[in-house]
Design a protein around this ligand. Structure first.
Ligand code: PLP
Length: 387
């Protein structure tokens, strides 16, 4: 494979070499079904226990509260549908206007089936006002489902305040921590939340493995019925990928050290902001993930920028990776009040553990060239703004 400068770690991450090594024996040598009683099965079952302990350690919860799933999307669907199934008289869901499509699409589907959905707004920096949540909760509210960290801007929601509000109102809270896990400290034992979703492929494990935290006191009903995961998620566990997920959480380290991520992200961002005119940061400068930078480059189409950057070996994203096939402006940036033009001119750069200083050097060189090339050919011409 030709060398690439990979700045799209919020879309997915490379499987870390140590993670790959840890998962290999569970494919061809120790391939037993963890439900089998003979030694191969018992070995697989012990490997699941070990991975569960590691995930629980990084999430700050009890091992028995971690249910392995196939992905973050499955975890999100399970949490929301469980709360609705257990309280069928309550037909109101509170979420936000900037959620990942896993939540948005499920809520849109539920709206068509008669549920009432409140989409909480965010301000121009992507921040959520807890007072809006307080006002939105009613006696009909079955669940509040909000992101911990936004995948497009990295902006963090005030999860402690959110949790104390839902606690006071005795409403089930689900947090989508797919982007937050491994990037900000998480201590679920002290947070007091009912459900939290995680995904392996954002933290250097393979795609196709995730986890759902279900607080041991929460009433729960599975999405996939079967005997595995103590009846909480049917389907033979993906042992190799779960082992990989466990190893990846161990590599993330406890306590987390994200200073290198922040250094690399800030070096790239300040270079682009200071050398290219007409660049605006989307999202709060401090209340965001240490690895994410979302910038609008006035006068360009981000889809065109992606192609020119790809020719130079730079991988990044225009808005969310999951919707990058579409030319619609990002719903996240629109909810923050950006014009269609500014939203369509945004690029997301997300560094990761495997990003090097040389990657940042390459990006600092290539991005200004691509932006000025696009502005030369753009009918709008170059912007008069300076950074
Ligand atoms: N939630 C957020 C915030 C995400 O960024 C993603 C993936 O991009 C998901 C949920 C879905 O996770 P998965 O790809 O594991 O289904």
């Amino acid at each position: 494979m030709s060398s690439v400068t990979y700045l799209d770690n919020n879309a997915t991450t490379q499987v870390a070499p140590e993670v790959f090594e840890a998962m290999l024996p569970w494919l061809c040598e120790s391939y037993g079904n963890p439900s089998s009683v003979y030694r191969l099965g018992r070995q697989a079952s012990a490997a699941l226990d070990d991975a569960r302990a590691r995930v629980a350690a990084l999430a700050g919860c009890q091992e028995g509260e971690v249910i392995f799933t196939s992905c973050g999307t499955e975890s999100i669907n399970t949490a929301i549908l469980s709360a609705l199934a257990l309280d069928p008289d309550k037909r109101h869901i509170v979420t936000s206007a900037v959620e990942h499509s896993a939540t948005v699409k499920l809520c849109e589907h539920l709206a068509q089936r008669g549920y009432e959905i409140t989409w909480l707004p965010v301000d121009s920096l992507g921040l959520l006002d807890p007072a809006d949540l307080e006002k939105a909760i009613t006696d009909e509210t079955a669940i509040v489902s909000l992101m911990w960290a936004n995948n497009e801007t990295g902006v963090l929601f005030p999860v402690e305040e959110i949790s104390s509000i839902t606690h006071r109102h005795k409403v089930v809270l689900h947090l989508d921590a797919v982007q937050a896990f491994g990037k900000v400290p998480i201590d679920l034992d002290s947070l007091g939340v009912e459900f939290v979703s995680f995904s392996g492929h954002k933290i250097y494990a393979p795609k196709g493995v995730g986890a759902l935290y279900a607080n041991r006191r929460v009433r729960y009903t599975p999405l996939l019925r079967g005997s595995q995961e103590e009846g909480r998620r049917g389907g033979t566990q993906n042992v190799a990928s779960i082992v990989a997920f466990g190893k990846a959480t161990e590599l993330a380290g406890i306590p987390l050290d994200t200073s290198t991520l922040k250094h690399l992200r800030d070096r790239l961002e300040s270079h682009l902001l200071s050398t290219i005119p007409g660049v605006v940061r989307n999202g709060h400068a401090d209340l965001r993930l240490p690895n994410t930078s979302n910038l609008s480059f006035e006068g360009i189409e981000s889809e065109a920028a992606l192609i020119l950057l790809d020719e130079r070996g730079i991988c990044c994203s225009a808005g969310s990776a999951c919707s990058s096939g579409s030319v619609h402006p990002s719903h996240v940036l629109k909810a923050m009040g950006l014009s269609n033009d500014m939203a369509r001119s945004s690029l997301r750069f997300s560094v990761g553990r495997l990003t090097s200083e040389a990657d940042i050097d390459a990006a600092c060189k290539a991005i200004p060239l691509v932006i000025s090339r696009l502005r030369e050919v753009s009918p709008a011409g170059s912007p008069v703004l300076t950074a």
